[in-house]
Design a protein around this ligand. Structure first.
Ligand code: IMP
Ligand code: MG
Length: 181
């Protein structure tokens, strides 16, 4: 797996430090509010599990799945709901936890989906904000890192379902995509 990596963008230590900072900020901002963290499978699962353990106030989480890229490195144009939430979000302070903000279509879809269910408030927390023109103009409330507009894997992010288990965020060698596409 290591021989497929072109460069590491964010090290394990950099990610851990930033996630700790986000956890502290959320704990401060949501004191007394018992926020509900809603994560989008599968890419955000590692970020969610690390972030949860850096939040020092009572909180809960729920998971939903929307359709994803498949084995491509470009966003698909339509987002579809694959698995809905189990918890009722009405009157809850919701924080949407996402791995990466690219075109913005995924977060847009989730925001609309949640707003229809009368939450007390909704904010967004994204680990990676790609510095590219976003199709959807959405206010991100918490951002882990701004990153260049490159396809990245690791720390939950995949290419064709692989590389999610890398503990850092990296870019793959171009031949990896050529080989498998
Ligand atoms: P958006 O809807 O275009 O903002 O894309 C968001 C979703 O696409 C994320 O939840 C990821 O699952 C996937 N995605 C976007 N960029 C990347 C990437 O660089 N690597 C892996 N997955 C990505
Ligand atoms: Mg995702």
């Amino acid at each position: 797996m290591n021989s497929d990596i072109e460069k590491i963008l964010l090290s394990q230590d950099q990610i851990a430090t930033r996630v700790k900072g986000l956890g502290a900020q959320i704990s401060q901002d949501y004191a007394g509010k018992n926020p509900l963290l809603i994560s989008v499978l599968k890419g955000s699962i590692i970020f969610l599990s690390d972030l949860l353990r850096q939040i020092t106030i009572p909180c809960s989480f729920d998971l939903m799945t929307v359709s994803s890229y498949g084995k491509k490195t470009k966003s698909s144009s339509s987002v579809k709901l694959v698995m809905d939430l189990k918890q009722d979000v009405a009157n809850q302070h919701v924080i949407i936890i996402e791995d990466v903000f690219d075109s913005g279509r995924t977060i847009y879809y989730i925001l609309e989906h949640i707003k229809l269910r009368n939450p007390a408030s909704v904010k967004t927390c994204v680990l990676l904000n790609k510095l590219c023109p976003h199709e959807m103009n959405i206010q991100l409330d918490y951002i882990g890192f701004d990153i260049p507009n490159e396809f990245v894997v690791g720390y939950g992010l995949d290419y064709g379902e692989l590389y999610r288990n890398l503990p850092y965020v990296c870019v793959l060698k171009p031949e990896v995509y050529q080989k498998q596409s």
